[in-house]
Design a protein around this ligand. Structure first.
Ligand code: HEC
Length: 483
């Protein structure tokens, strides 16, 4: 399968680049490119709809063996044997599917590990060796054998648990690679936070020539996400397996958020009152989790599996009671913050959903995907209200102005589209569902976009390290920020 969108693949590479000394083969998870196009097969949703239940303490031996074995399948095999990517025709996300076997028939002989292909492929002399580029430990192989011998009992809750993070040593980004992966506007619209390479640069938008005010950060890896608190006093900064909280007045780091986070923090936001942070983490090609941290003491308050693949976008509504997530599993999902329960799934994209945002009063959401679709949905009914654009460009970023008037969608080829006067699709021509304006292309692969509260200005960050400034009111590309 080849990537349909250049950007996610490039980001995958970036984070591979950021990881220098790989841990020995036995503990390094296979790292598939994150940008693979998805096939049209629908992923299993059942397991992603509930926050992972806290497992009651259990000492039952069968249950322990089951969990151990299923964790091996989940962490070492599922990436290549799941809906949408069933290598060898073999699926492992459900017991029935696993027992159905692959292209060459059954792979599990219940009660007989020695006769089961699922076990045979794990041995180092295995013919079709699995996982293809790695040798599992003797303990992992034994757990699979024990489990097959117990007739392969199942415990679906294992698939909702967050796996253990990989141990990685981070390497400095090459000097030639200074990508802008995230942007955030301060609530008073006076500052732009630019996540560029391993730092956050603060730009004064209310001064002539938009000077650089400060450069924050102490991390080695790329900053993958950035957000202002609603009072404008704090900044959340995403990294690899961690995030940090910075106080803007003192420009000091106040907290580090860790707790076994997985992969890069692709998206994050503050709770409305600023006492909590929501982070989206996950390894490429594996489940995406949402974490809730207490910002008084940096403790992890909750973890739930939100998507079957990486989460690429996370937003809080104005009221502060709903979280909107979207990701590489082609879904957007709405969560009730207080209970962390799923309120709705917005399903219809056929490739990564790069961005999802609320309108001003959270009655609608918009989603933009690598499938060239820009959709507007009714939050309550989950019906699609409108499909915007001409379906010729694959989207990489999205923002909706806080006044709800303008939707800004960017592409990884440097295109920028503004939509206003969005109407419900009533069977009329596609072009009539909104007023579309195309701004002059910047020629850079845009990774992130923000639009000002008054819809006058648009800022677009690129993988090559630039931030383009568009005067949306005049329809002009003004130029690049000096960073
Ligand atoms: C990086 C991708 C990848 C991972 C990870 C992976 N597999 Fe596979 N698997 C494949 C591919 C590709 C095939 C089919 C081609 C082949 O047989 O080599 C396959 C085929 C199989 C088959 C044979 C299916 C049949 O009917 O012929 C079995 C059994 C299997 N895998 C088990 C596993 C187990 C168990 C794990 C985890 C320990 C695992 N795989 C992890 C890619 C993967």
């Amino acid at each position: 399968m080849k990537p349909t969108s250049l950007l996610p693949a490039a980001l995958g590479l970036l984070f591979c680049d950021a990881i220098a000394a790989q841990t020995p083969a036995t503990t390094t998870a296979p790292k598939p490119a994150s940008g693979s196009a998805k096939t049209a097969t629908k992923p299993a949703l059942a397991t992603a709809t509930k926050p992972a239940a806290v497992a009651a303490p259990q000492s039952h031996p069968t249950l322990e063996v089951t969990k151990q074995a299923l964790r091996v399948l989940r962490d070492e095999c599922l990436a290549c044997h799941k809906p949408g990517k069933a290598k060898g025709g073999l699926l492992m996300h459900q017991r029935e599917k696993l027992l159905e076997g692959g292209e060459n028939g059954a792979v599990v002989e219940l009660g007989q590990a020695q006769k089961s292909l699922l076990w045979q492929v794990l041995k180092d002399e295995g013919d079709a060796h699995m996982p293809p580029k790695k040798q599992l430990s003797a303990a992992q192989i034994q757990s699979i054998a024990d489990w097959i011998n117990l007739k392969a009992p199942w415990d679906a809750s294992v698939f909702d648990e967050a796996p253990k993070p990989r141990v990685v040593a981070l390497k400095e980004l090459p000097k030639t690679l200074q990508p802008v992966l995230a942007l955030a506007l301060s609530p008073d619209q006076k500052q732009l936070a630019v996540a560029r390479a391993n730092r956050v640069q603060l730009v004064a938008l209310d001064q002539p020539n938009r000077p650089l005010l400060a450069s924050l950060g102490d991390q080695t890896e790329a900053v993958s996400a950035v957000a202002f608190s609603r009072d404008g006093k704090w900044l959340l900064v995403g990294g690899f397996q961690k995030a940090s909280l910075w106080e803007l007045a003192s420009r000091q780091k106040k907290l580090e958020l860790r707790a076994e986070l997985l992969g890069p923090i692709n998206a994050l936001c503050f709770s409305a009152d600023g006492t909590a942070a929501y982070l989206a983490d996950g390894e490429p090609n594996s489940a995406g989790f949402i974490r809730q941290f207490n910002l008084q003491n940096a403790s992890l308050q909750a973890t739930w599996k939100a998507h079957d693949d990486s989460i690429l976008s996370l937003r809080l509504n104005t009221k502060g009671d709903l979280l909107l997530s979207a990701g590489a599993d082609r879904m957007a999902r709405l969560w009730q913050c207080s209970t962390r329960t799923l309120k709705g799934t917005y399903e219809g994209h056929t490739n990564h959903v790069a961005g999802a945002c609320f309108n001003a009063d959270a009655t609608q959401i918009a989603t933009a995907g690598a499938d060239r679709e820009l959709k507007v949905w009714d939050v309550a009914s989950r019906e699609q209200d409108a499909s915007l654009g001409d379906k010729r460009v694959s989207f990489s970023a999205l923002d909706w102005s806080p006044d709800g008037k303008t939707l800004a969608a960017a592409t990884d080829k440097g295109g920028l589209y503004l939509h206003s006067d969005i109407k419900k699709h009533d069977g009329a021509q596609r072009s009539e569902t909104s007023k579309e304006r195309k701004l002059p292309p910047c020629g850079q692969p845009i990774t992130t976009v923000v639009i000002s509260a008054d819809s006058q200005w648009v800022y677009a960050g690129s993988f090559t390290g630039t931030v383009q400034v568009y005067n949306a009111a005049k329809g002009l590309l003004e130029g690049e920020l000096k960073l």
